[in-house]
Design a protein around this ligand. Sequence first.
Ligand SMILES: NC(=O)c1ccc[n+]([C@@H]2O[C@H](COP(=O)([O-])OP(=O)(O)OC[C@H]3O[C@@H](n4cnc5c(N)ncnc54)[C@H](O)[C@@H]3O)[C@@H](O)[C@H]2O)c1
Length: 472
Amino acid sequence: MRITIVGSGYVGLVTGACFADLGWRVTCVDIDHDKIDGLRQGQMPIFEPGLAEVVGRNAENGRLEFDTDLAAAVDGADAVFLTVGTPPMEDGRADTTAVAAAVTALAPALTGYTVVVIKSTVPVGTGDYVHRLISEANPNADFSIASNPEFLREGNAIRDFMEPDRIVIGYDDERAGDILRTLYNPLEQRNVPVVATDCATSELIKYSANSFLAAKVAFINEMADLCDAIGANVDDLARAIGLDNRIGPSFLRPGPGYGGSCFPKDTLALAAQAQEADCPVRIVEAVVASNAHHVRRLVRKIERSCLKAWAGLGRDHATLAGKTIAVLGLAFKSNTDDIRYAASLVILPQLAKHGVKLRAYDPAAMDNAAEVMPEVTYCASVGEALDSADAVLVLTEWPEFQVLDWADLKARMAAPVMIDFRNLFSPQDVAGNGVMYFSLGRPEVQAEQVLEATVTRLEDVSAARSRSTLTL
Ligand SMILES: NC(=O)c1ccc[n+]([C@@H]2O[C@H](COP(=O)([O-])OP(=O)(O)OC[C@H]3O[C@@H](n4cnc5c(N)ncnc54)[C@H](O)[C@@H]3O)[C@@H](O)[C@H]2O)c1
């Protein structure tokens, strides 16, 4: 079987590399010549753990090739996967311009029977639309359309492709189903469930899965805000409700709102399509509104927390203007360089508008962020970002932020104040390390608590010392 992948971004490149790893011959195509030149030289256009190894070994064994010549790559292919972007338009609907451009370009090159598989996330009905476009451009083409939505998560993409919870395939022509089942047979053999359905249902499955997950995130964020407001603890709440099998523990961690290239656009697209169908999805509309509200609230929370902490330290606490805030994390989540719809893109410009000086560090996303937020100073390390900062704001859950050297942090910062929108630390631990701490839906650690925790720690140390003296 020969596969052509059209669009070598996050989804296309991972899909192509993994299909090659499963033993198929794959050509990944892109209109971006620099990207293809780089890939031919082994340079990855994105940060994705493990991707370079899979691409490298399959390029070396000849199963994976890269090309900008769409017609040549499509000629003789059994399956052509469309993995181009489908960004949101102003009104929330998905923009399928890139899908249309790609199929119009590839239609004349189809030879023999080919299944054109839409892997991009697209509105219901796109399969029919693509069918029409190809038939118009090449009336003699022998082809059918299939839908095969992708569920991989950036940062875990290789594993998600190779060990997915399920594979969804939608088709209205059995020949397409046979080819897709053959391509995915190595995974089906490993007991990965395959859900086969019609094209329209398959297209809708992707939107509803993402909207459901987004709802879980928005829900726990609302609970965190409520915990803050009424003095309850979201950690215990999330654990308790997550232990209910009907709810499950995943996606119950508060954060700075969902972001990335999928949840924001897919919730909007589903809501827009449902409106068009005169069947509004009120829950999804509420999720979109709730997420936007949560992020806006966080800007106010930063201001409130900083002013309170600085007042507790007896420092000037009238305004954020002129203060320096260190920012740990810019990507929408860890293990990716993707900043699309990241909370940092909403929060940091707002802080800059308040006159805050921002010093940011992210292990992978700084180049992308620098293109859209030139007002931020980008630092080479966590330590450099912390130097002379009046507060530190945690926005991404990178593993290296979870093992901070607290003594070094305190020595570098002008004021030991942390605002953690990933709830990376336990408030007691942070208090014990002498840092004032504000997180989501959990008790604040203010100057008095830091003092108390320090005294308790000193008492513990001296008690331990006298115990060891007695033993001696
Ligand atoms: N990124 C994710 O985590 C993820 C997960 C599941 C589904 N999806 C969906 O997959 C689709 C692709 O997303 P992505 O994040 O990989 O996008 P991306 O922007 O990273 O990649 C798209 C690629 O397509 C290329 N392209 C555009 N037009 C082309 C054309 N006519 N011919 C050849 N190449 C072309 C672009 O140059 C780019 O390299 C979207 O619909 C997205 O919603 C993404």
